[in-house]
Design a protein around this ligand. Structure first.
Ligand code: COA
Ligand code: AMP
Length: 640
């Protein structure tokens, strides 16, 4: 049994209408949201190329995710299941309980002076307080910015500064299979590194961590308080009506420079687009259960752990654990059985890790997975071999979907909730509603089917996509809208086939994707270059069988610096870990005599990557000294 169908017509008809009759299409889609003021207009293009959606609408997203389901009689239905493989606990919250928790957390924030438009940093592991905090901000119209726990203090500090958040919500720490990650020293360090003064820190206590608030609060300018004590005293807060165009959240993501981009998503567009996608793309509706095995620190977590499932009255599983090793490669299948999951969403890396640990998929057979209808994969390229393997093991369609932090929901997918389309291996299938996907050559000309080029989206993009970067419209325009006027440049390359199916090949810029985590090689280079022995360096993403890509660094030492290569590797690894975080997983370092450059001094990273990956390298005619590249070839080949 699929979700309640809210999308009428076949895929081609739906997609055509979404582009041709834009106003009607999105105003109709907007009806599945409870508005305080129903919008009378869908698109506002008065400030093009910056577009806004539902300019005259107002609503509250927390109310849409919670209270309205109580009113519809779903109060006793489970809304959230926290399944923690690392602590061996499972805890469920009904819609009534979750609403109460969120209202109390919102009251706690209001008591700290947080109101509509104020920014709140959420630095939490995968515990219920993470979605509760997000929904509590949404309840007040405050803007949350969730920071992934695998980032170090410097990254946290840069997000505090860019968002100028006064309040940080955190916990004692996160639990990785091999170690406890102490959050409090990181938060304290970030606060001292940040220029912007954080006023309040609220800490959810977890047992088993060595640092307490008392250890760090003394040296801090911020006031540190205990979450449970504060929320117990708080007066529950009701939902505040906000404009559809108001920001819901800022999510920082890696760009080509070391400075992360503060992607903004708004209230109304997010509500409408995620509701639409839950039905059309994921085929999940009221009463069904979805497990999105990502992290709330990524966009996939924002959209499909928290907002999407709750908007449509489904049950969402918040999984604290890994696909393998907690305790084994059957973790997902156990949860499918235990929670009767119908939609499972994960990253291809996780599937490859499961395959490595359980090549025959024997652990699938230990569980009753009959509730599972679809497996969704995104975050990086899904290789056909893995897609075939897992599809055969589970006996359900494996749906690749392609999108980005910036777009908030799938650009291309197989719309199984409208009409399941034939799957072509290696393709993310077809554009979703409102996305007009084209392939452009370097000169901006549209390329015919079969030719690879820059994947671009004709403006306007649909609701639920970024209206801008936080506080920086110009950076938004420069970063995404200037390369091809009239289009949003995705930064990915690929091609369309004769049937319009999209094949995504990889990035056109210096962004890499390590285990589904988007990282900037520029940021890693900046960390490596800060080592006193390093004269210059290049970091590239080389193909990795498990993680899709991994970061590899090539460093030129300053004259006179002698370093034991192993010691240097350890120092640089540690430096990146401390500056960016363990998530960068930076381990490969090679000392080289020189780096290949163009005559204008640009390092030929793309050529280096092509050599490392065993591809035919494209060597620009502007190369300064071919001998430098030739000398590097054997080193690069060893990187694979
Ligand atoms: N907090 C702190 N540290 C974290 C972290 C977090 N939330 N997440 C990862 N790390 C650390 C890990 O502990 C590890 O540290 P180590 O070098 O001390 O061992 C490092 O970051 C790299 O971690 P990870 O990328 O998870 O690699 P792994 O080898 O430990 O595990 C996989 C491999 C495939 C199991 C894992 O990468 C995975 O689950 N990938 C799926 C990712 C995903 O779902 N992405 C969602 C995008 S949609
Ligand atoms: P993020 O913003 O972290 O979600 O990363 C987005 C980037 O991940 C995209 O621009 C792609 O490069 C890559 N990506 C995400 N999903 C896919 C997919 N299904 N196929 C290929 N690449 C993907």
């Amino acid at each position: 049994m699929g979700a309640e169908r809210t999308v009428a017509g076949g895929y081609r008809d739906v997609h055509r209408r979404s582009l041709r009759d834009r106003e009607d299409f999105w105003l109709h889609a907007a009806r599945c949201v409870d508005w305080d003021r129903m919008p009378g207009q869908a698109l506002d293009d008065s400030a093009a190329p910056i577009h806004r959606w539902f300019p005259d609408g107002s609503l509250n997203l927390s109310r849409n995710c919670l209270d309205r389901h109580l009113e519809a009689g779903r109060g006793a239905q489970v809304a959230l299941i926290h399944d923690s493989a690392v602590t061996g606990t499972v805890r469920s919250y009904t819609y009534a309980e979750l609403t109460e928790e969120v209202a109390r957390a919102a009251g706690m924030l209001a008591g700290l002076g947080v109101g509509a438009g104020d920014r709140v940093i959420i630095y939490l592991p995968m515990i219920p307080q993470a979605p509760i905090a997000m929904l509590a901000c949404a309840r007040l119209g405050a803007v949350h910015s969730v920071v992934f726990g695998g980032f170090a203090a410097q990254e946290l500090a840069s997000r505090i500064d860019d968002s100028s958040a006064d309040v940080v919500l955190t916990a004692s720490g996160g639990i990785e299979p091999s170690r406890r990650v102490e959050y409090l020293p990181t938060v304290a360090e970030a606060i001292s590194l940040a220029q912007h003064p954080v006023r309040e820190v609220v800490v959810q206590h977890r047992d088993g961590f060595s640092h307490s608030m008392a250890d760090v609060a003394g040296d801090s300018t911020a006031r540190w308080q205990d979450w449970e004590r504060l929320s117990a005293q708080a007066t529950p807060a009701g939902p505040v009506s906000v404009a559809a165009t108001d920001p819901l959240y800022i999510l920082y993501t890696s760009g080509t420079t070391g400075r992360p981009k503060g992607v903004v998503q708004d209230q109304g567009g997010t509500a409408v687009a995620l509701s639409w996608s839950m039905s059309a793309v994921f085929d999940v509706g009221p009463g069904q259960t979805m497990l999105t095995a990502s992290d709330v620190g990524w966009v996939v977590g924002h959209s499909y752990i928290v907002y999407g499932p709750l908007l449509v009255g489904a049950t969402t599983v918040l999984y604290e654990g890994k696909p393998v090793g907690t305790p084994d490669a059957g973790a997902f299948w156990r949860m499918v059985e235990e929670h009767r999951i119908s939609a499972l969403f994960t990253a291809p890396t996780a599937l490859r890790a499961i395959r490595k640990a359980d090549p025959e998929a024997a652990l699938v057979g230990d569980h009753d997975i009959s509730s599972l209808q679809h497996l969704f994969a995104a975050g990086e390229r899904l290789d056909p071999d893995t897609q075939r393997w897992i599809g055969e093991a589970l006996g359900v369609p494996v749906i690749d979907n392609w999108w980005q932090t910036e777009t908030g929901w799938p650009i291309a997918a197989n719309p199984v909730g409208i009409e399941p389309l034939p799957i072509k291996e290696g393709s993310a299938t077809l554009p979703m509603a409102g996305y007009d996907v084209v392939i452009l050559g370097a000169d901006g000309q549209e390329l015919p089917p079969g030719e690879e080029g820059n994947i671009a989206l004709r403006l306007p993009m649909p609701p639920g996509t970024l209206p801008t970067l936080w506080g920086d419209d110009q950076r938004y325009i420069d970063s995404y809208l200037s390369a091809f006027p009239g289009f949003y440049a995705t930064g990915d390359s690929g091609c369309l086939d004769e049937d319009g199916y999209l094949f995504v090949m990889g990035r056109t810029d210096d962004v890499i994707n390590v285990a589904g985590h988007r990282l900037s090689t520029g940021a890693i280079e900046a960390a490596v270059a800060s080592h006193p022995a390093v004269a210059e360096c290049a970091v590239i993403g080389v193909a990795d069988d498990l993680k899709g890509q991994r970061a590899a660094g090539y460093v030129v030492l300053k004259t006179g610096y002698e370093r034991d290569p192993e010691l240097l590797r350890e120092e640089l690894t540690d430096l990146v870990r401390r500056t960016i975080g363990p998530v960068a997983d930076f381990k490969d370092v090679a000392v080289v005599p020189g780096l290949p450059k163009t005559r204008s001094g640009k390092i030929l990273r793309r050529t280096m990557r092509q050599i490392a990956d065993g591809e035919e390298p494209q060597v620009p005619s502007t190369i300064e000294d071919r001998a430098v590249l030739d000398e590097l070839v054997p080193v690069l080949r060893r990187s694979r």
